[in-house]
Design a binder for this molecule. Structure first.
Ligand SMILES: [Zn+2]
Length: 394
């Protein structure tokens, strides 16, 4: 070949081997890797016609005079999967646009590719036995209607677990859910409603053992959260989630481990051995006087509290686990001090997850029957709301 002809010949466009194309398709999940796009590339968007709409784009161009091209790296990385992105036509067009190459730099595109492929890998790594049935329970709290976002909740499970089919929703939509708990029937009706829904929507799954794991997301007044936990029990494996109270948006993701040992147990100074009470003062401190106002001066009060009670006290899984250990020990200790059949009076100021877990810990046969009290929005006095684990009624 004459020398001048050899110089003129453009470098041959690298043909990417099929196994590398497959690798890129797998790593990208067959979706456009451009940040925020995620378009499926095995079909035409509007008509769903099955056709390959993907473009394979170079981060560092295959030729040194192309977008982000480099004398040394271009030939070296022309067929390297780490330098290739699976894109839709529109986004391929954007990243090779001369006017935009300063925006779509090598670093920017590598970051997009990495984030997309990390996400696909995490989601597709989940093993089949990691599925979990989502259970949502929401009522009105005071006058506020609580609506929990199902998509957000499903995403909360990833990457440890993934949603097992349809979500179970237990809702209370009766006019009674105005939480007018000054009305004597309020709690009876709410408990019956929850019982009915639990029996029809959850129990069949538990009875035939089709659910291996439950993920529980609940927003309701405390006595009902405890009751829900009691109905679920501790036989089935379950995780109770906690909304992040600081976050502006609905956020149920656990934070990394926190110091878990910041719970304190206070025992009664003097024992009357007649009326035991348990104060669960986590999100706020419950005044002993407000308990004595209901139960009389001669009640014995056990308290599980935190160093600094606040509504966002449970942030990490390990804190909730630690709380459960404290509760278990205290429940056993209280029981040993009273005649069988004595009611334990429970006063709670706790985050939702602690309420549900408290209910799950109550052992139907072994534990004391309990009366759960509620502090009304309007009143400053505790009132008996519901009764749990009463063997006389069961
Ligand atoms: Zn795209």
């Amino acid at each position: 070949m004459p020398k001048n002809e050899k110089e003129k010949k453009k470098p041959e466009r690298a043909k990417i081997e099929q196994h590398k194309v497959f690798e890129l398709w797998s790593k990208s999940g067959g979706r456009c890797e451009f940040k925020g796009c995620n378009k499926e590339l095995w079909q035409e968007g509007l008509t769903s016609t099955k056709v390959n709409t993907s473009n394979i784009a170079h981060i560092i161009a295959a030729s040194e005079d192309g977008p982000r091209g480099d004398k040394i790296l271009s030939p070296k990385l022309a067929k390297d999967v780490s330098n290739l992105m699976l894109l839709c036509k529109e986004h391929h067009h954007d990243i090779i646009d001369k006017a935009l190459v300063d925006i779509y730099t090598v670093d920017v595109l590598r970051k997009m590719k990495k984030e997309h492929e990390d996400r696909i890998r995490i989601v597709t790594n989940i093993k089949p036995d990691k599925k979990s049935k989502i259970l949502i329970y929401s009522t009105k709290i005071g006058k506020r209607a609580v609506h929990l976002n199902e998509e957000n909740i499903a995403n909360t499970l990833l990457p440890e677990k993934y949603p097992d089919g349809d979500i179970i929703r237990l809702n209370i939509e009766t006019p009674w859910s105005d939480n007018n708990d000054e009305n004597n029937f309020y709690w009876d009706i709410e408990v019956k409603n929850l019982n009915d829904q639990f029996r029809t929507k959850v129990k069949p799954y538990l009875d035939d053992n089709t659910i291996k794991h439950l993920s529980i997301f609940a927003m309701a007044c405390q006595p009902l959260l405890i009751y829900l936990g009691y109905l679920i029990g501790d036989v089935i494996k379950a995780e109770v989630f906690q909304p992040n109270r600081v976050s502006q948006e609905e956020d149920w993701k656990w934070q990394k481990d926190y110091d878990a040992a910041n719970f304190i147990v206070d025992k009664p100074k003097t024992f009357y051995r007649k009326t035991p009470a348990l104060s669960l003062s986590l999100s706020g401190s419950i005044n002993h006087d407000s308990i004595k106002k209901v139960l009389g001066q001669d009640c014995d009060i056990w308290t599980i509290s935190a160093l600094e009670p606040n509504p966002n006290i449970i942030k990490a899984k390990n804190q909730l686990c630690a709380f459960k250990e404290y509760v278990r020990k205290v429940l056993d200790e209280i029981k040993n001090n009273y005649q069988p059949g004595t009611f334990l009076n429970v006063f709670a100021a706790m985050p939702v997850s602690a309420n549900v877990e408290f209910g799950r810990l109550i052992l139907p046969r072994a534990d004391m029957p309990m009366k759960i009290y509620n502090l009304n929005d309007k009143s400053t006095e505790y009132k008996h709301a519901i009764t749990i684990n009463n063997k006389e009624e069961n």
